[in-house]
Design a protein. Structure first.
Lengths: 112, 112
């Protein structure tokens, strides 16, 4: 079955550590996205990529980094510079920039 | 910049009753609009989308939405709610640089 896989579902880290969230898709989609979800704030765009080896900052990119070396993979690194990293992180993909997004089931990151 | 407002944070509705969720958008050009639904701890699922044409769009699970340009609204409706419709609902607008902006969401509780 085609879809988006985010792993792990739950992730715990100590403050000051970098952590990488995995996102893999087998939908052959060109575009991929990372969103952060906090209660009462909806989803906020962190980074997005329309094509391999290219990505753009979203609205809240500070403290995050991404890479897009392969079409099917778009890992997100939460660095120690991110002041409030505890959140639910959602990865999504779409066929093209103006197509509906397909979402993974998310990774809940807790930093203590 | 585009933005989306969902005025209702939480709505409670009886099973079998009708449901309407409000969405107002701010966008200079003709908007691409979406409604997504999210069950707890899961990713988002697309309910329906509006790109152009007929202003009343039909979606999955018996939902529909009406685009009203004069009111900058894209309200979601369902004639008869089922207990399985309890979830969080997000309205979103796509900008011309392919960034999808979400509202803060409306949580729907269904009482028996």
């Amino acid at each position: 079955d085609g879809g988006i896989t985010q792993s792990p579902k739950y992730l715990f880290r100590k403050e000051g550590q970098n952590v990488t969230l995995s996102c893999e898709q087998n939908l052959n989609h060109d575009a991929m996205y990372w969103y952060r979800q906090d209660p009462g704030q909806g989803l906020r765009l962190i980074y997005y990529s329309q094509i391999v080896n290219d990505f753009q900052k979203g609205d809240i990119a500070e403290g995050y980094s991404v890479s897009r070396e392969k079409k099917e993979s778009f890992p997100l690194t939460v660095t120690s510079a991110q002041k409030n990293p505890t959140a639910f992180y959602l990865c999504a993909s779409s066929i093209a920039g103006n197509s509906p997004l397909h979402f993974g089931n998310g990774t809940r990151l807790t930093v203590t | 910049a585009q933005s989306v407002t969902q005025p209702d944070i939480h709505i409670t509705v009886s099973e079998g009753a009708s449901l309407e969720l409000r969405c107002n958008y701010s966008y200079g050009a003709t908007p691409y609009l979406f409604w997504y639904v999210q069950s707890p701890g899961q990713g988002l699922q697309l309910l329906l989308k509006y790109f152009s044409g007929d202003t009343l769009v039909q979606g999955i699970k018996g939902f529909e939405a009406e685009f009203k340009r004069s009111q900058s609204s894209f309200n979601l409706r369902k004639p008869s709610v089922h207990w399985s419709d309890a979830a969080e609902y997000f309205c979103a607008v796509l900008s011309n640089d392919y960034k999808l902006s979400f509202g803060a969401g409306t949580t729907v509780t269904v009482r028996a």
